[in-house]
Design a protein around this ligand. Structure first.
Ligand code: PLP
Length: 428
């Protein structure tokens, strides 16, 4: 017998049905204990009419904001005209448009010769397909992952995820994955990267030749750890020379979060396999892609299958998002300049308090607190003052900001004012 869970006082502000009916596994509603109702752009309103600035954006699933009017009107037209909603992977006009537009606006201009696979609609589904394909192509079973990585909650994705609480939930051994130190794991004291190179080449190193390396260019859940461009380049070169596939998990950092469409573009590398989800539909509709070099397309028809691999409303908003934001380089430039603006303000907050530092790339920016519990307290105060921001990192010691990329400068400023007050109130 376990005793009844202790609720924080604020959690009891939610309707009783959340405690009596919904599982204890619920999470975000605990930190933000109010019932949300409407949303537009970077603003959410709860049932009592209280407004919040959303600097979480569905964990990066809403890069173009809530109910983006351009995407919404395409979606409404599609539904009004009784176009196909569910289709398994039967060919549809919406899918034709998406594939054509994705090739024209994303793949071709970047010289990426990728095939597109539609796995199930979540990020974890895209990761599972990537791991399975890497194993099938190479005939090897082991995967290299990194400290503090997050790749999803299904068994394969969990096996390459760092967080011990989440791993423990598997209930069976998570095997065939070997963690290596991510960039700057040793705070620059040791050239951490050479550890991987050494054990790969050392016949006494005890490492089976891996099928693939899976990496995030910026670890979102892991605490906004930003890999240096040189580190990513060295990793890509190491994979190439040792005949190991490189998988970039761009589920959270892709679709423009760090500036360019793919987060790895900054390093000029071309991964063998790429996963996308979260903001690929642009509207918060479930959708995921696994992309890979065409030589790696060894799948047999139907070998990796699923009921919800073709959600046509998501294709419609995804196509519209690409046409609206990715025809030119303008959106990338705006994101970079907004990111610099946010960073300048975070640097100034960090500069006025002991034990606080800023980190990030593009529009994923964060404050790290040496006193880990302060991060959660800051998010709590921010919520009370009308700002949604979440913690990340192994001890939840980082306040992570993921505002929609379309957030106006005035709203960024207003949200950062609240954050600055919340930090001052917490550390006072
Ligand atoms: C969110 C996330 C996933 C998992 O996506 P789900 O849709 O939650 O399954 C995988 N990788 C990264 C980097 C993520 O941020």
């Amino acid at each position: 017998m376990t005793s009844a869970p202790i609720l924080s006082p604020s959690e009891t502000d939610l309707p009783e049905v959340y405690q009596s009916v919904e599982s204890e596994v619920r999470s975000y509603c605990r930190g933000w204990p109010t019932v949300m109702d409407h949303a537009q752009g970077s603003h959410i309103t709860d049932v009592d009419g209280r407004q919040y600035l959303d600097f979480f954006a569905g964990a990066g699933a809403l890069n173009y904001g809530h109910n983006n009017p351009v995407l919404k009107s395409a979606l409404i037209d599609y539904l009004t005209n009784d176009r196909i909603v569910h289709s398994l992977d039967i060919a549809t006009a919406a899918k034709t448009d998406f594939l054509t537009t994705f090739e024209e606006l994303i793949l071709k201009p970047r010289g990426l010769d990728y095939k597109v696979q539609f796995p199930g609609p979540t990020g974890a589904n895209a990761v599972e397909a990537a791991l399975k394909l890497a194993r099938k192509v190479t005939g090897r079973e082991s995967i290299i992952n990194f400290t503090n990585a997050f790749h999803g909650m299904t068994l394969g994705a969990l096996s390459v995820t760092g967080n011990s609480m989440k791993r423990a939930g598997a209930g069976i051994p998570l095997v065939h994955a070997t963690p290596m130190p991510y960039d700057n794991y040793f705070d620059g004291v040791t050239e951490d990267f050479h550890w991987f190179e050494r054990v790969l080449d050392d016949s006494g190193g005890g490492l089976n030749r891996p099928a693939a390396v899976i990496v995030e260019t910026v670890q979102g859940e892991g605490g906004v750890n930003v890999a240096r461009v040189e580190w990513l380049q060295a990793l890509a070169a190491l994979c190439r020379t040792r005949d190991i596939l490189l998988i970039v998990d761009d589920v959270q950092m892709g679709c423009g979060r760090t500036g360019p469409f793919f987060s790895f573009e900054v390093a000029g590398i071309k991964p063998d396999i790429v996963t996308l989800s979260k903001s690929i539909s642009g509207y918060g509709l479930p959708m995921a892609l696994t992309l890979f070099r065409s030589e790696l397309d060894v799948w047999a028809p139907g070998e990796h299958n699923g009921t919800f691999r073709g959600h046509n409303p998501a294709f419609v908003t995804a196509t519209k998002a690409l046409e609206t934001y990715w025809r030119t380089d303008e959106f990338n430039k705006e994101t970079m300049s907004k990111g610099e603006f946010v960073r300048t303000r975070l640097d100034s907050i960090a500069g006025s308090h002991e034990g606080v530092s800023a980190r990030g790339r593009g529009m994923v920016q964060a404050l790290k607190f040496e006193d880990a519990p302060a991060a959660n307290a800051v998010c709590g105060v921010a919520f009370e003052r009308g700002l949604l921001a979440e913690t990340s990192g192994p001890s939840d010691e980082v306040v992570k900001l993921l505002p929609p990329l379309t957030t106006s400068n005035a709203d960024l400023d207003a949200g950062l004012d609240i954050l600055a007050e919340a930090v001052a109130a917490t550390l006072a």
